[in-house]
Design a protein around this ligand. Structure first.
Ligand code: UD2
Ligand code: MN
Length: 574
């Protein structure tokens, strides 16, 4: 525990405990204030020194009241920097376990107040906007599976502390069958003392999709807002969301999702002009892209105003009760994680709604590098969910996704009632969605060759990851696996060899081909798949060759050698 924090331990004042507790509750303050003054015997006697520090830092932050200590860890969204080499072996163990169990720095989080202050990072224009006088009220639904205590409760308190009372009807926590001890009785007791908060326990592991449905089903607010269990709502987050739905109940809205560092809990904010829209690629995985020119123009280049987005990331959004019900909520056949974000995005647009990002509403979220909890054994849940999604919503375009998984759909269960739902709602076609909502998306139908690119001399294939953060790496040779994935390539009519937004790119100099973002300007990204099965790069007049040992793909003088011949399925371009 840092020395600064230790100084803030408030002396234990046993004498007038109960009065202080009563006052605190009456003033609408929360349990931590009471604990801080030592009001609750049970908690107090069990409290270790470090917990006292924590408790001391937990007093509610209110604009009219000074912070306990603006220099306390993490205040104003500042990072908590810990030198692990200075920790005692025991503390070091706690630190490592926190990382392992959560895939974020729980140790750092535990040092930060549950009511920590955050900077007000809205664009200045946001404060001038006049919202509807009569905004709908909302239920905030927070689902969790094995969440860290301080992280979960900071999510809850950020909502309680930063939502106008009359607009926040309730917070519903849904425990998706966690087994962490602190989420059992201690959580029951904690929640019992918070205003407006209730806790729903699921009787079996249900996955985030069914957990959200369960929370929604017991909620009563006019609007439902869903949050992950590791978020921090910021000042003014709620009104701009409710305003859009108050104006039109078919508006589904997402806040700006600011990044809370998984390492040090710093909040990194995005100014409105940098906020991106949601999209996807034909692997049906969500991604981000710049707001297109048309949409910027439609809003007179006012970056702080709501903009239309083809998809949402999934975790944080607001929807009217009536519209979510009309859309059939989520497909309850989706398990654990994944795909539900696109399902709700597609059907919002296709069934008469509008999906928007509201740049004046900011909520932080801890993005992790791996998923810390157990998934379902023996089944690829993301694929299963995604096949259900494609079957119901993609029409003939589902084939582009199936190409990516080698048409190996697996058992995806029964989707007939989801198709019936779509028919009853008379939703528009996926072609309509692509043409009108997401015209920027590259559609593989125009391609001239597709599938794996297999060397004729050896069973080796061209392989490479084209996810945005994996680009700029060389194309490699890898045994052909016949599963699509990173070995699936398209030859576009612009003569690119590409998957999604990643293109083969050869700049000369070395023998390496790299994967770069497609620029559509031919040049280094122009390739010709010739009748003699060689892949020719006009820019350098070289050909793609497999090294004799099969380990590398290289650019060489064209020789017509069998190592320069590649089998690739041609398709007749329309
Ligand atoms: C993103 C979304 C997430 C969800 C997911 C796709 C954001 C910021 N996050 O992944 O909300 O849409 O994409 O499905 O947009 N959980 C359960 N039961 C489970 C698994 C997870 O309750 O079986 C909870 C979990 O504790 C968390 C939430 O579901 O509160 C989302 O899970 P995540 O944080 O692992 O997903 P994330 O943010 O990587
Ligand atoms: Mn999350």
């Amino acid at each position: 525990v840092p020395v600064e924090a230790e100084k803030n331990i408030v002396p234990f004042q046993k004498d007038n405990d109960n009065q202080i507790l009563k006052d605190a509750m009456e003033n609408g303050e929360r349990k931590e204030t009471a604990i801080k003054y030592g009001a609750d015997e049970k908690y107090e006697t069990e409290m270790k020194a470090e917990d006292k520090v924590k408790a001391a830092l937990m007093a509610p932050v209110h604009p009219d009241k000074p912070l306990i200590d603006p220099n306390a860890p993490g205040e104003m969204g500042k990072p908590v920097i810990i030198d692990v080499n200075k920790l005692s072996p025991e503390e070091r163990k706690k630190y490592d376990e926190g990382m392992m169990k959560n895939a974020f720095n729980q140790y750092a989080s535990d040092m930060i107040s549950l009511h920590r202050s955050l900077p007000d990072i809205r664009d200045p224009e946001c404060k001038q906007i006049e919202y509807l006088k009569d905004l709908p009220d909302t239920s905030v639904i927070i689902i969790f599976h094995n969440e860290a205590w301080s992280v979960l409760l900071r999510t809850v308190h950020s909502v309680l502390d930063r939502s106008p009372t009359q607009l926040l009807k309730e917070i519903i926590l849904v425990d998706d069958f966690s087994d962490f001890d602190h989420l059992k009785q201690p959580l029951d007791e904690y929640v019992a003392r918070l205003p407006k908060v209730s806790l729903v326990r699921l009787k079996e592991r249900s996955g985030l999709i069914r957990a959200r449905i369960a929370g929604f089903d017991v909620s009563t607010g006019e609007v439902a807002i869903f949050l992950d269990s590791h978020c921090e709502a910021t000042e003014g987050w709620l009104e701009p969301l409710l305003d859009r739905i108050g104006r039109n109940y078919t508006n589904v809205v997402v806040p700006v999702i600011d990044v809370i560092s998984d390492e040090n809990f710093q909040i990194q904010y995005s100014a409105a002009k940098h906020v991106q829209a949601g999209g996807f690629e034909w692997n049906l995985i969500f991604n981000w892209h710049y707001v297109p020119e048309n949409e910027r123009k439609r809003r007179n280049y006012l970056d702080y105003t709501p903009f239309r987005t083809p998809t949402m990331a999934g975790g944080l959004f607001a929807i009217s009760r009536k519209f979510f019900e009309k859309l059939g909520k989520y497909d309850p056949g989706f398990d654990i994680w994944g795909g539900e974000n696109l399902e709700l995005s597609f059907k919002t647009w296709m069934c008469g709604g509008t999906l928007e990002t509201v740049p004046c509403s900011h909520v932080g979220h801890i993005f992790r590098k791996r998923s810390p909890y157990k998934w379902r054994g023996g089944v690829n849940v993301v694929k299963r969910n995604t096949v259900r999604l494609a079957e119901v919503w993609l029409d003939e375009f589902k084939e582009y996704y199936y190409d990516r998984i080698s048409h190996n759909l697996g058992d995806y269960g029964d989707v007939s009632d989801r198709k019936a739902l779509r028919d009853n709602l008379q939703c528009k076609s996926f072609r309509w969605y692509l043409n009108n909502v997401y015209p920027e998306l590259f559609i593989p139908s125009d391609s001239m060759a597709s599938g794996e690119i297999r060397n004729k001399a050896k069973p080796m294939c061209a392989d490479g990851n084209v996810e945005a953060n994996q680009l700029n790496k060389p194309l490699i040779s890898y045994p052909c696996h016949n599963d699509g994935g990173n070995q699936y390539w398209l030859l576009s009519t612009e003569n690119e060899i590409r998957r999604d937004s990643g293109c083969w790119d050869y700049v000369g100099g070395s023998a390496e081909i790299k994967l770069f973002g497609c620029h559509g300007q031919r040049g280094n990204q122009e390739w010709i798949y010739r009748d003699d099965e060689t892949i020719y790069h006009p820019g350098s007049r070289r050909c793609v060759e497999l090294s004799w040992d099969g380990k590398n793909i290289m650019m060489k003088e064209c020789s017509n050698h069998v190592l320069q011949k590649w089998l690739w399925k041609r398709v007749s371009a329309k």
